[in-house]
Design a protein around this ligand. Structure first.
Ligand code: RIB
Ligand code: CA
Length: 312
């Protein structure tokens, strides 16, 4: 039976690809999409989620917008990565359906109540909506969310500060709430997403996928790859962060993982937002997270190409 999920995202090029993998694969049943402020402002990430579902012809999937700002910090966006629209690089259709007249956490609650089965919450942006949901609906969360699969954080790496990844950097306090709530966690840190790179020749191969989704992603991936050409990163391609969450749900054998306690620093001047991954179990704190550490990159790329071709 297909895995029922809710996707909370901040599209964002890699969020858009994660959404597309979820829609394309019968192993996943995408029940609802909620949007957060992160890669771009909340109005833009909402519009981008709606534009993507219009492109994917899945206007049946309800969408609601959530947080306007992080819980405590002022919002910091990433136009240098995703552009002014948050999805620069392709001509996407305007939304042709209405946003839900409720907040993100209300849509999550409604979706969980309407489904008898357990639902996985996938978070590919800052964790603000997830934290708010857990604080407002703790009993419903414990009863109906079987796991939270998130892209965020890192072990000894950073992409926004030396040891801090962007999603957690934007809202460390929200991450603290989610990581310590007690629902089983699956984490896709930079340690694995930096290995999940799509190469320039593979992006060129996307150009040969002659359907509207393939053509859109040729433009989106070409734009997204540019930011990652800076030699400081040491990349040969562009890291596809968020799709790792959906790829794990579709085929976990594509990954090597380890289980450990993961918590987050919220006080440090230099380290606020750093995820602290206790891989040697030095703290005695509960093992709360399965951490993705390695990926079979060719299989990952094959999944992406097959998913894009599935819209032929
Ligand atoms: O650090 C990478 C993460 O930040 C990804 O989720 C990307 O979309 C941005 O939100
Ligand atoms: Ca994201």
């Amino acid at each position: 039976m297909a895995k029922k999920i809710i996707l909370d995202c901040d599209p964002g090029h890699d969020d858009a690809l994660a959404m597309t993998l979820a829609v394309a694969n019968p192993a996943i049943d995408l029940l609802a999409v909620t949007t957060s402020a992160g890669n771009q402002t909340p109005d833009k990430t909402l519009n981008n989620a709606m534009r993507m579902l219009t492109l994917l012809q899945r206007e049946d999937i309800p969408v609601a917008s959530g947080n306007q700002t992080p819980l405590v910090k002022p919002l910091e966006t990433a136009p240098e990565v995703h552009g002014e629209t948050g999805l620069d690089g392709a001509d996407l259709p305007d939304p042709d359906f209405a946003v839900q007249k409720m907040t993100a956490i209300e849509l999550i609650a409604k979706t969980l109540r309407e489904n008898d089965d357990q639902v996985t919450l996938v978070v590919t942006g800052p964790m603000t909506n997830a934290a708010l949901f857990l604080r407002v609906y703790p009993d419903l969360a414990r009863k109906k969310i079987d796991q939270i699969v998130f892209m965020g954080g890192a072990m000894g790496l950073g992409n926004w500060r030396p040891s801090v990844e962007f999603n957690i950097f934007v809202d460390p306090e929200a991450a603290k709430i989610v990581l310590n709530f007690g629902i089983p966690l699956v984490m896709a840190p930079l340690n694995v997403t930096h290995k999940a790179q799509i190469m320039k020749d593979e992006i060129e191969a996307v150009k040969e996928i002659k359907n509207p989704i393939g053509q859109a992603f040729y433009g989106l991936l070409s734009f997204f790859e540019q930011y990652h050409e800076n030699p400081k990163w040491g990349f040969t391609g562009a890291p596809l962060h968020d799709p790792c969450t959906i790829a794990w749900l579709i085929d976990p054998t594509m990954f090597k993982t380890d289980k450990m306690n993961v918590d987050v620093e919220t006080q440090g001047d230099l380290t606020r937002g750093e995820t602290v991954c206790d891989c040697y179990r030095l703290t005695g704190k509960p093992v709360n997270t399965e951490v993705l550490l390695d990926i079979d990159r060719p299989r990952f790329i094959r999944l992406i190409m097959d998913s894009l071709k599935s819209f032929d």
